[in-house]
Design a protein around this ligand. Structure first.
Ligand code: KIV
Length: 286
């Protein structure tokens, strides 16, 4: 684990200062390898609990544990050096009480070197966000479609499509900002509502399935790389890596089966002076 003290990483105050300026670029990251590849191009790497679905094939994020988040978070910190790293607190690790949330958030920070945590929920999380922030743990909020709430919502449902829902969601954003959240993810909500919230609060909003008017955008990296079997409407695939991986595996299998691979250049030859075994001399010779 490294805390990266003194490194040139983007800090929480740097990110907050970007409100109303250049868009903030965020992607999810779950392991060192992709973190290293995308780190030079983004401002924030989120170790999202979406890893349960993307990496582990779970149906929802509810089965993700703090230990999983810590293992992946530490890998992302090791693989990156520039972006602000934020780690999700998984379901069941922060809702019970502010003290319980602090215990688990402190573990996530200490054991990974990430700079901040993210948690889901609006007004109901006010006390917890204040408790963590006042004790040195920066918190990113997450409202709108909150996947950990899937069973209450009855599915992954876009929020704020009707104006009657707006006051509560706007209140959620304002309360989180007042409680000390340094940024708020707006997920799966009507674009007009995301624009309104972005203009009403003083901290950056990060949109996913929200609006180009948010202060920043985030996508699940595997989705935008074309690695996911199906993606929601709000995802743009910037690459087709899924098809490339399948194609590479097919070619590899065919070359192994036809002994085309490995070629001589992929093998090691023994040392020249050991080509012929030397005759032994002396007492043992008979
Ligand atoms: O878990 C996650 O990846 C997230 C993003 C989609 C915002 O919360």
């Amino acid at each position: 684990m490294s805390t990266h003290a003194g490194s040139k990483r983007l800090t929480v105050p740097d990110l907050v200062a970007r409100k109303g300026k250049d868009p903030i670029v965020c992607l999810t990251s779950y392991h060192a390898h992709t973190a290293k590849l995308i780190d030079p191009h983004v401002d924030l790497l989120l170790v999202g609990d979406s890893l349960g679905m993307v990496m582990y094939g779970m149906e929802t994020t509810l089965g993700v544990t703090l230990e999983m988040m810590i293992a992946h978070g530490a890998a992302v910190v090791r693989g990156s050096k520039k972006a602000l790293v934020v780690i999700d607190l998984p379901f069941g690790t922060y809702e019970e009480s502010p003290a319980h949330a602090f215990h688990n958030a402190a573990r996530a920070i200490k054991e990974t070197g990430a700079q901040a945590v993210k948690l889901e929920g609006g007004t109901r999380m006010e006390e917890t966000v204040r408790h963590l922030t006042e004790r040195g743990i920066p918190v990113m909020g997450h409202i709108g479609l909150t996947p950990q709430n899937v069973n209450v919502m009855g599915g992954f449902k876009t929020q704020g499509l009707s104006r009657t829902e707006w006051p509560q969601i706007e209140e959620d954003a304002k309360v989180l900002a007042r409680a000390g959240a340094f940024a708020i993810v707006l997920e799966g909500m009507a674009a007009e509502l995301a624009d309104k919230i972005s203009s009403e609060i003083s901290v950056p909003t990060i949109g996913i399935g929200a609006s180009p008017g948010c202060d920043g955008q985030i996508l699940v990296t595997e989705d935008m790389l074309g690695l996911s079997p199906s993606v929601p409407k709000f995802v743009k695939e910037f690459a087709t890596l899924g098809a490339q991986i399948a194609g590479a595996a097919e070619t590899y299998a065919q070359e192994v089966r036809t002994r085309k691979f490995p070629e001589q250049k992929h093998t090691y030859a023994m040392k020249a002076d050991e080509d012929e075994p030397k005759a032994k001399s002396g007492a043992n010779r008979e």
